[in-house]
Design a protein around this ligand. Structure first.
Ligand SMILES: Nc1ncnc2c1ncn2[C@@H]1O[C@H](COP(=O)(O)OP(=O)(O)O)[C@@H](O)[C@H]1O
Ligand SMILES: [Mg+2]
Length: 407
């Protein structure tokens, strides 16, 4: 980190001087610009390792400043961190949508948050592969009042993408954790239906003996709600219960398709919220689940190919009677700093994008490999704030969509 070059762009002299001195004190090489225009010129000329800027620049609108840097090959991959006078979610969203890597607000604790963010960006090492922890489901005695759960009609949320590698499974696990955390009293279960290999078990660090294949091998009478309450692992810190996916393609071949629908129905009868990772699999098995879903989380990465494919998927889903109000599209910069903006993605796909998740470099995979939720490993990261807000919004949306369908 020492010696990394940071350009500070801030038209408030006091704030700029403070930041420059503070960063110099931390052994960074620092340059500064008093206006947005100067900032662009210096960024393109010197190509610093990171641009730290206050997006409330008087001479250039925030979005334009960010796009200009993102669209120029000299700075298209430079980490951009906003340290803003403006705490409004509207500006934060706008900056994230345009492609910043972090949005911090000038308030108490900002200096610490800034240091953490810089450390994360500069030390994002390529993650080492760690062995998967094998966590047996706790053979704890069931709590008496909880064994009679059948009869619920839990909300169904499915996670879907048009292509692999867009962050579907990571978002599924992390948003599920935030949903459970926001509603500790609710029973939340995540089921990994991605074939031929599921990955949520790896992300949360729980690969027990029970998975989609073993469950679908059991007679339906045996896999009742009670069975899931007692046997599904509840991985540490993630808080929800997990029905892990198929461990390998060989075993995936033996899954009986009709069992999956039954299993999901059983889960809904015992859990308040059932969250499915369907991945990119649009199939005879997954389509009925998507049609039944209360909310469809469509994960879109920012590369042209995925955005185009997402349009194809969305066009198809419309022919299958899926309504746009049930879709919550999230733009995830899983592939790096370049790529389409939110406006471009909306234009191509023909759906509103709910929010944009910034590119987190190796940190995202690192948290995954450590089996930790992003909100716990990097609590001050912009992504953590977005996970919390998106989870809260999902819960609200599910409720209101359900209310509508009842009346
Ligand atoms: N916003 C992001 N920033 C950085 N890396 C990301 C981001 N989102 C996802 N990734 C990484 O992309 C890879 C694919 O994610 P994964 O959740 O397995 O995608 P999918 O389920 O769609 O195949 C993982 O290594 C993950 O850590
Ligand atoms: Mg996946």
């Amino acid at each position: 980190m020492v010696g990394k070059c940071i350009l500070v762009v801030d038209d408030n002299p006091a704030s700029r001087v403070f930041l420059v001195n503070h960063l110099k004190g931390k052994q960074f090489t620092v340059s500064e610009a008093p206006t947005g225009k100067d900032g662009l010129i210096i960024a393109w000329r010197d190509q610093p390792d990171l641009v730290l800027f206050d997006p409330t620049l008087r001479d250039i609108p925030d979005q334009e400043f960010i796009s200009k840097l993102r669209n120029d090959p000299r700075t298209s991959r430079t980490p951009l961190v906003a340290l803003s006078t403006d705490a409004s979610p509207a500006r934060r969203e706008r900056c994230l949508n345009a492609g910043v890597n972090g949005y911090l607000v000038k308030a108490t604790g900002a200096v610490l948050a800034l240091e953490e963010t810089l450390a994360r960006i500069f030390t994002a090492e390529p993650p080492a592969l760690r062995p998967i922890k094998v966590e047996e489901p706790e053979a704890e005695e069931p709590k008496v009042e909880e064994t009679k759960g059948e009869g619920k009609n839990g909300s169904l949320i499915v996670f879907l993408s048009a292509k692999g590698g867009t962050g579907t499974s990571s978002l599924c696990a992390n948003l599920a954790m935030n949903i459970q955390q926001a509603q500790p009293e609710a029973r939340v279960v995540v089921a990994d239906l991605v074939l031929p290999i599921g990955s949520i078990g790896q992300i949360v660090g729980a690969e027990g003996k029970i998975n989609l294949v073993t469950v679908s091998d059991l007679p339906p009478g045996q896999t009742n709600v009670d069975y899931f309450y007692r046997n599904l692992p509840k991985p540490q810190t993630w808080q929800f219960q997990l029905l892990a996916g198929s461990p390998d393609p060989q075993q995936a071949n033996s899954i009986k398709g009709e069992r999956i629908g039954q299993i999901v129905d059983t889960l809904r009868s015992g859990y308040d919220i059932v969250i499915l990772d369907i991945g990119r699999a649009l199939s005879r098995i997954s389509l009925p689940l998507i049609q039944k879903a209360d909310l469809i989380l469509l994960v879109v990465s920012t590369d042209q190919g995925t955005v185009q494919l997402t349009k194809t998927v969305w066009d198809y889903l419309q022919t299958q009677g899926i309504e746009s109000q049930k879709i919550c599209a999230i733009l995830n910069r899983a592939v790096g700093l370049e790529g389409v903006t939110k406006a471009q993605a909306e234009e191509i796909i023909g759906l509103p994008i709910k929010t944009t998740l910034p590119y987190m470099g190796g940190n995202f995979a690192l948290a995954n490999n450590l089996n930790q939720p992003i909100t716990i490993k990097y609590p001050t990261d912009t992504a953590s704030i977005i996970f919390k807000e998106t989870a809260a919004d999902m819960v609200k949306r599910v409720r209101s969509l359900r209310d509508q369908s009842i009346t």
